[in-house]
Design a protein around this ligand. Structure first.
Ligand code: PMP
Ligand code: GLU
Length: 396
């Protein structure tokens, strides 16, 4: 059966496709180290597990309001107000089926066909696809060498059709955490050019060392009025399969996302809403322990990559390293590199091309230190056989 052109041109999410492939190979008996997908390898906090079981046992498994239960919206509003230092009311929160669902809901509610939306590279795989599906034209802006935002390039790219900008800090795939002054500078551009800002803060809780992540919503009432925060339970609470997220935005936009979802998906999962609410109310102790473990793994992985001669910025957030492998690429780019890596030494990574930056590959360190060490050993063996093209760091 022929699909329409809007869906026909959508690619399967590369991260999900590669994870599925690695898992299929493992199930077929192949020895594969999988560092492709980004999902915490920790159990959800006990508070989430207990609340989910209790909700099922008590029969709280009916449809809820499309925007989520009143008590969860209140808990999220309090959480957002406290963590972003600016008051949000429950009416400004719409609970969604995931952060991906929150992001797509916000974009579908904002974009008119033909609008240009600025998207900073490297960009998580789904941004460009969701923007295209919405009818927008994504305007992709290369980063600085250190993978931070190039403010001058952003300003140059803004034209008469530009309506919005998508931010993601901490960033997937680079782990780059924007400084407060970078966020302020981008918000100033958004004000000057009358752009909306969608800020994907799903990794907000996972920052190591440095300052906490800074949200544009915290800047001023005027910036908050043009900002949509996207966040959820998947990363901070290791609740990927629960599928729960939210938008925090001016009431008109939050309500529009709720109306859209009332027609498309009904309401978010009742059990997961209960589990998420329990986590927001207690700040589970597991979260801090998980962050500390991620930081240890990051340090082992980045030191290992650098000792293999791969330039790698220190990721200050999320759980990905994004080394530069330009010297080792042939005409097939990072996709070919990852194909060969899987075939020759059984290591599954995600090519940088999936994020719009072909000179890099992404390794998820949401996996044990033993697995990271195995991955480094395999990568070392693979690189030793591959002829480097030019001195490190000369191509991007
Ligand atoms: N944004 C980014 C940057 C992500 O890496 C992810 C991970 N899948 C999401 C959004 C979506 O998270 P989820 O749909 O699991 O809530
Ligand atoms: N965000 C994760 C990743 O980048 C999960 C996969 C996905 O949703 O694309 O690997």
């Amino acid at each position: 059966m022929r699909t329409n052109s809007r869906v026909g041109s959508i690619a399967l999410s590369t991260t999900i496709a590669l994870d599925t492939r690695a898992k299929d190979l493992i199930a077929a008996g192949r020895d594969v180290v999988n560092m492709s997908v980004g999902e915490p390898d920790f159990p959800a906090p006990m508070a989430a597990q207990d609340a989910a079981v209790a909700a099922v046992r008590a029969g709280r498994v009916r449809y809820t309001a499309a925007e989520g239960t009143t008590s969860l919206r209140k808990a999220i509003a309090e959480h957002v107000s406290q963590t972003r230092g600016v008051a949000y009311a429950p009416a400004e929160i719409t609970v969604c089926h995931s952060a991906k669902h929150a992001l797509s809901g916000a974009i579908l509610a904002l974009v008119e066909p033909g609008d240009e939306v600025v998207c900073l590279l490297p960009a998580w795989v789904s941004y460009v696809e969701i923007l295209r599906y919405s009818g927008a034209r994504p305007v992709e802006i290369p980063s600085r060498r250190d993978l931070g935002p190039d403010l001058a390039a952003i300003e140059r790219a803004i034209g008469p059709r530009t309506r919005g900008i998508l931010l993601n800090s901490p960033n997937n795939p680079s782990g780059y955490v924007m400084s407060e002054s970078e966020v302020r500078a981008i918000a100033a551009l958004a004000e000057r050019h009358d752009l909306w800002i969608v800020t994907d803060e799903i990794y907000r809780r996972l920052v190591y060392g440095g300052a906490p992540n800074f949200s544009p919503a915290s800047i001023s009432p005027a910036v908050r009025a043009r900002t949509v925060i996207v966040d959820g339970a998947s990363k901070a609470f290791a609740m990927t399969g629960y599928r729960i997220g939210y938008v925090a935005a001016p009431e008109e936009l939050a309500a529009a996302v709720g109306r859209l979802h009332s027609q498309l998906t009904g309401c978010p999962n009742a059990v997961s809403q209960a589990a998420f609410e329990a986590c927001l109310k207690v700040e589970p102790p597991e979260v801090q322990r998980m962050c500390e473990e991620f930081q240890r793994r990051r340090d082992v992985l980045v030191a290992g990559l650098r000792s293999l001669g791969l330039p790698c910025e220190l990721p200050r957030g999320a759980f990905y390293a994004f080394p530069d492998v330009a010297r080792f690429l042939d005409a097939r780019g990072s996709a070919g590199f990852c194909e060969d890596l899987l075939e020759e030494v059984g290591l599954a990574l995600v090519p940088g091309s999936a994020f719009g930056v072909d000179a890099h590959v992404r390794l998820s360190y949401a996996t044990s230190i033993a697995t990271i060490e195995q991955a480094l050993e395999r990568l070392g063996r693979f690189l030793a056989k591959r002829n480097p093209r030019a001195p490190a760091g000369t191509a991007r």
